[in-house]
Structures are given as C-alpha cells and as structure tokens.
Design a protein around this ligand. Structure first.
Ligand code: BJW
Length: 247
C-alpha cells in the first residue's frame, strides 16, 4: 500500500534510520509481537529482564543460545532491505546513521558501517564481573568463563533487557535533533525509547518523517509519509527514490 510520495531531504542532508525485527523477517528471523512472534512463544518476564536472568540464568542462556544458532544458520542472510540501506550509506552525499533495535548482525553483513545496535548484539558477551564485552559466537552457559578476567558463571549475552538503558542514547538523540529525514522500518513502535524517536526528530524542527512497515505501527499517525508492504520491497523502492534525487 503506497501513499503519495512526500518531500525528499536536501542533497547532503542528514538521515537517521531506525530498524526493527520486521526488516529481518524475510531473512528467516522471527519478530516479537506478530501473531507467530517470539512473545507468543515465551513471556518477556521469563527471558528478557535482568530479574529473569537472576532467577533462572540457564533458561535465559537457552533462549539466546537457540536464537544465536538460528542466526548463524547458513540459510539466514541479509535481504534486499538490508542491502538497500548499506547502499544508501555508501551513495548518499551526507550523513546516514542507522540505529537498529535488532541484535542480529544482518546490517553489518550487508555492508552497513555507520550503525548503532541500541539493544545490543547477540554475538557478543558481557562479563558481569569485570564489565568486558567481547565477540561470542558460541553457546553460553553457567560454566562459561570470561576471557578477560577468567571469572566463571557471570557471563551474559550483551543485549538490552526491559528496565535496562539502551546503548548510545546521547549520540542517537543528538543526531535525531539535527536530522533532515527520519525513517522507521519494520518496528511495531511498542517499545521505548525507540518508539519516541519520531517525536524527537520532529522536535528538531525540520525532519521529514517516514514509516516503512508491513502494516501501520502503533505510532503510525506521527509519521508524515507512510508506505506499507514487505521490507524487501518498500525499502529498496524508497532508497531508489532518495538516490535518484541526487544522481
Ligand atoms: C514487517 C515484516 C516485513 C513484519 N517487512 N515489516 C510504560 C510506558 C512507556 C515506557 C515504559 C513503560 N513501562 C516500561 C517502559 C520502558 C520499556 C518499554 O518500552 N516498555 C513497553 C513494553 C511499554 N523500555 C525499556 O525498558 C527500555 N529501557 C528504557 O526505557 O530505559 C530507560 C530510558 C529512559 C529514558 C531514555 C532512555 C532510556 C529497554 C527496552 C529493551 C527491549 N529489549 C528487547 C529485547 C532485546 C534482546 C532480544 O532481542 O532478545 O528488544 S524487547 C524486543 O522489542 C526487542 C526489540 O528490539 C524490541 C522492539 O521490537 P520490534 O523490533 O519493534 O519488533 P515487533 O515484533 O514489535 O514489531 C515488528 C514489526 O515488523 C511489526 O510492526 C510488523 O508489522 C513488522 N513486520 N514482517 C516489514 N516482512
């Protein structure tokens, strides 16, 4: 469902893009709040809070071990939407900051470099003893040891659970306040602070705001322009339009 096309940012303008689980759906990863999503199978309180980890770390490790193995399955690859955003970063004659809520590495694999994982990364560990984060492509358990301080039993996946502070918020808010275009892709708009980014961008005074999603999100009416369909179709089409204007 395509709405009328809206205005484009000036060449050299600053673009902030927010992505959510919907962009990785066609790569074979599950979303959270769709009918067949992760939260329909397991409750947030059991696996996605610091309290859940304190209560039952083995269960939380098992949840993330299964998702990590799923991400590393050879069938899971970046799709046309990830690739289009990487191309935009290379070809746009201005700043493009990609902020993802996703903990997968599909944006990096597609070639994006100016990227913030505001909810962390499933392929990294965090040691609760020394605070060190490090790459972690394997299963994690209560027997896992920190490579930096050797402590056993205090390793966790480096993701942001409910009640924890997302990463790099200061840089994100600064860039939002001074952007010309904010694009939200494949996110339900159910989780803050990401759900409030559209208002932050509007407060800056000049940002055009665009939602690209399978269906209208909770905050869809806050966006000036909206296009609905699978990310692998609507994202490349929108990027092509942006780049045609500066060709
Ligand atoms: C497609 C598609 C296709 C499908 N193509 N599209 C009361 C009011 C307001 C706030 C709060 C409140 N009580 C508590 C809070 C704060 C809380 C919160 O927001 N709670 C809400 C539930 C109300 N937030 C927090 O605790 C956050 N921290 C925080 O606020 O710190 C304080 C702070 C204060 C001030 C400034 C800054 C900070 C932390 C939130 C952590 C979220 N963590 C998770 C898990 C991460 C690890 C993991 O992956 O396991 O992050 S939860 C989960 O939700 C995950 C996601 O990143 C996040 C968002 O989900 P997303 O990506 O939107 O997925 P879905 O499934 O919801 O939507 C998918 C969309 O795609 C849908 O719209 C589909 O239609 C679409 N789609 N197929 C295009 N093919």
């Amino acid at each position: 469902m395509f709405q009328k096309d809206g205005p484009l940012p000036p060449p050299g303008g600053s673009i902030v893009i927010l992505t959510g689980a919907g962009i990785s759906k066609e790569s074979g990863l599950e979303t959270f709040r769709d009918a067949d999503g992760i939260w329909a199978q397991v409750s947030i309180e059991e696996v996605a809070t610091p309290e859940a980890f304190a209560r039952n770390p083995a269960k939380v490790h098992a949840f993330y071990n299964a998702r990590r193995r799923g991400l590393l399955d050879a069938a899971v690859q970046p799709n046309a939407a990830h690739r289009a955003l990487a191309h935009l970063e290379q070809a746009w004659p201005g700043q493009v900051l990609l902020v993802t809520q996703n903990i997968d590495d599909l944006h990096e694999r597609a070639g994006s470099r100016a990227l913030i994982h505001m909810h962390g990364e499933i392929l990294r560990s965090l040691c609760l003893a020394c605070g060190e984060t490090a790459p972690w492509p394997d299963d994690m358990s209560l027997e896992s040891a920190c490579a930096a301080c050797d402590t056993v039993g205090l390793m966790r996946v480096n993701v942001v659970w409910f009640g924890e502070m997302p990463f790099e918020m200061e840089r994100i808010y600064r860039t939002l306040a001074d952007c010309d275009l904010f694009v939200s892709i494949g996110t339900s708009g159910a989780v803050y602070p990401a759900a409030g980014f559209v208002q932050e961008a509007r407060l800056g005074g000049r940002a055009h705001t665009v939602e690209l999603n399978l269906e209208p999100s909770e905050g869809h009416s806050l966006f000036a322009e909206r296009h609905y369909g699978p990310a692998s179709e609507v994202v490349p089409a929108y990027v092509e339009r942006l780049l045609a204007a500066v060709a």
